[in-house]
Design a protein around this ligand. Structure first.
Ligand code: FAD
Length: 416
C-alpha cells in the first residue's frame, strides 16, 4: 500500500457579500491586516488570515463568520472574491488524493501548526461586549434576501439653510411589521437601482436617532440623522448614492430596510449609570436616542448623570442645536465645540473635554460610567488622547483603565 500523500488543507475565511453591510468594522478590527476591500466587497486574504477570530464578534451582521474547506493551492484569491455577489458553494475535497487517511483540518486555519495569537485586544480599541445592564437587542431580523419596508412619515433639514452641510431628520414608520430596536443600534437601507456595472447597490448603515419606544412614543417608527454626501473624503464633488436618495424622500415614499444591527454599542439600563457621550455631526444620532430615552424615563432618586461633548464646524451645522440647548441643565451637561466659527480659534470636542477635565475625571473614576464616541473617523485618536491625559493627570494610569473599560463594555466607539 502506498503511503498517504500529504495535501495542504485550508479552512478559508470568507465574508458573505450578500449580508455584509460594508461597515468596515472587520477591517478595522483585524490585528494583522488580513481584511481589505474595494468598491464592491470586503474580502479576506487567505495567505495572511490566521483564524484568530478577532473580527468575528464585532461584525454587526454575521457576514464575517463564513468558512470553506479548500486545498491551499485552490484558495479563493482576493481578486475573485471582489467579483462575488454570493458565496461559492462548499466544494467536495478530493480526499482520495490523501490515500485512505482522513484529511486533517484544524478549525480556523490549516493542517500546519500556526501560532494563534491571544485575544487581539491590543488593536481593538473599544468594547466588543455590551454594558452589563443593557437590554437584549434583536439583530438581523430583516436581511438582503428578505428586507422589510417602511414608509417615510417625515423628512426635514436640521442644519441651517445658509450652510452647505445638509443633515436631514428622517422618520420611518414600520406600520404593523415588528421592528424592535434599542438606542445605539442601526439599520441598513437598500437604495434602489444599480451601480454602473449593473450590480444592485449594497446596503448603507444608519444609526437610529430615536429611543426604543419610537420617535413618537408608542409608535412603531424610528428616526435617522442623515448627512447628504456631496463630496468624497478627499473633497471632490460626488453624489453619495444612499444619502441623496434618503434626503430626497417625500412623505409616503416606501424604503427597503434591513437589520436592526448592533449588539454592543448599547446603553446601560441601570438608572444610576452615567453616560459620557462624545460626538460630531451625524454621530449625534445614537446620543439623541439615549438622551431621549433617559429624558422620557427620569426616575425619581436616580443618580445617573449625562455629559455630552458635541462638535461641528459651526453652530448652524450642528444638528438638533435648538432642542439640545433647551434641555434642562440638571438633566444633561452639554458642551459644544465649533471648529470653524469665524474669528474664533478652532475648538474640537477634545479641547472641550480638557476644559472640563475635573468633571470628566470624576466620571472616569466611577464604575457606573459608560463612554460613547460616535462620528467622524478622525475624532477617535484625539478623544482617546484627551481621555488618557485627563485620567493620568488624576493619577489613573490609562492603559489598565482603558483595558477595564473595554472588557466591562464601558467604552464604545463607532466612527465612519
Ligand atoms: P457612497 O455612494 O457610498 O459614497 C460616495 C463617495 O463619498 C465615496 O467616495 C465615499 O468614500 C465617500 N463618502 C462616503 N461617506 C462619506 C461621508 N460621510 N463624508 C464624505 N464622503 C463620504 N451616515 C449618516 O449620514 N448618518 C448616520 O447616522 C450614519 N451612521 C453610520 C453608522 C455606521 C456604523 C456606519 C458604518 C456608517 C454610518 N453612516 C451614517 C455612513 C453611511 O452608512 C454612508 O456611508 C453614507 O451615508 C454615505 O453613503 P452614500 O451612499 O451616500 O455614499
Amino acid at each position: 500500500m502506498s503511503a498517504p500523500v500529504s495535501i495542504d488543507i485550508l479552512k478559508q475565511h470568507l465574508i458573505d457579500p450578500e449580508i455584509c453591510i460594508r461597515c468596515n468594522t472587520c477591517e478595522e478590527t483585524c490585528p494583522i491586516d488580513a481584511i481589505t476591500h474595494d468598491a464592491n466587497n470586503y474580502v479576506v486574504k487567505a495567505d495572511v488570515c490566521n483564524g484568530c477570530m478577532a473580527c468575528v464578534p464585532p461584525c454587526p451582521t454575521g457576514a464575517i463568520d463564513n468558512w470553506r474547506t479548500v486545498r491551499r493551492e485552490d484558495a479563493y484569491a482576493i481578486d475573485a472574491q471582489f467579483t462575488w455577489d454570493v458565496l461559492p458553494e462548499e466544494r467536495a475535497l478530493p480526499v482520495s488524493e490523501a490515500g485512505s487517511d482522513t484529511v486533517p483540518v484544524v478549525a480556523g486555519e490549516t493542517d500546519k501548526a500556526i501560532p494563534v495569537p491571544g485575544p487581539a485586544t491590543d488593536t481593538v480599541r473599544g468594547s466588543i461586549v455590551p454594558p452589563w445592564s443593557a437590554a437584549k437587542p434583536y439583530v438581523n431580523l430583516y436581511t438582503h434576501k428578505a428586507p422589510t419596508r417602511a414608509t417615510v412619515v417625515g423628512n426635514y433639514r436640521l442644519t441651517d439653510a445658509t450652510t452647505d452641510s445638509a443633515i436631514h431628520h428622517i422618520v420611518l414608520d414600520f406600520g404593523a411589521t415588528p421592528f424592535p430596536v434599542l438606542e445605539g443600534q442601526s439599520i441598513g437601507i437598500l437604495p434602489p437601482g444599480a451601480t454602473a456595472d449593473g450590480r444592485v447597490h449594497h446596503a448603507r448603515q444608519y444609526s437610529i436617532a430615536s429611543p426604543r419606544d419610537g420617535e413618537r412614543p408608542g409608535y412603531n417608527n424610528v428616526s435617522l440623522t442623515v448627512k447628504r454626501v456631496l463630496q468624497d473624503h478627499a473633497g471632490n464633488p460626488t453624489a453619495g448614492v444612499c444619502s441623496n436618495y434618503l434626503c430626497d424622500l417625500k412623505k409616503g415614499d416606501v424604503v427597503s430596510v434591513i437589520g436592526p444591527f448592533g449588539g454592543t454599542f448599547l446603553m446601560p439600563n441601570h438608572p444610576n449609570s452615567h453616560l459620557l457621550m462624545i460626538c460630531t455631526g451625524t454621530g449625534s444620532a445614537p446620543m439623541r436616542a439615549m438622551t431621549e430615552y433617559r429624558r422620557r424615563r427620569r426616575l425619581k432618586g436616580a443618580t445617573g448623570k449625562l455629559m455630552l461633548f458635541f462638535g461641528a464646524r459651526t453652530k448652524e451645522e450642528l444638528p438638533y442645536f435648538g432642542p439640545l440647548t433647551n434641555l434642562p441643565k440638571d438633566f444633561i451637561d452639554t458642551n459644544l465645540a465649533f471648529s470653524r466659527t469665524p474669528k474664533q480659534p478652532k475648538r474640537y470636542v477634545q479641547d472641550a473635554m480638557r476644559e472640563r477635565a475635573p468633571d470628566v475625571a470624576q466620571l472616569l473614576k466611577d464604575d457606573n460610567t459608560h463612554i460613547y464616541v460616535c462620528g467622524l473617523k478622525g475624532m477617535e485618536d484625539g478623544v482617546l488622547q484627551a481621555l488618557k491625559e485627563i485620567a493620568e493627570a488624576q493619577g489613573m494610569p490609562w492603559d489598565p483603565l482603558w483595558e477595564r473599560l473595554r472588557m466591562e463594555g464601558r467604552l464604545h466607539l463607532e466612527t465612519y
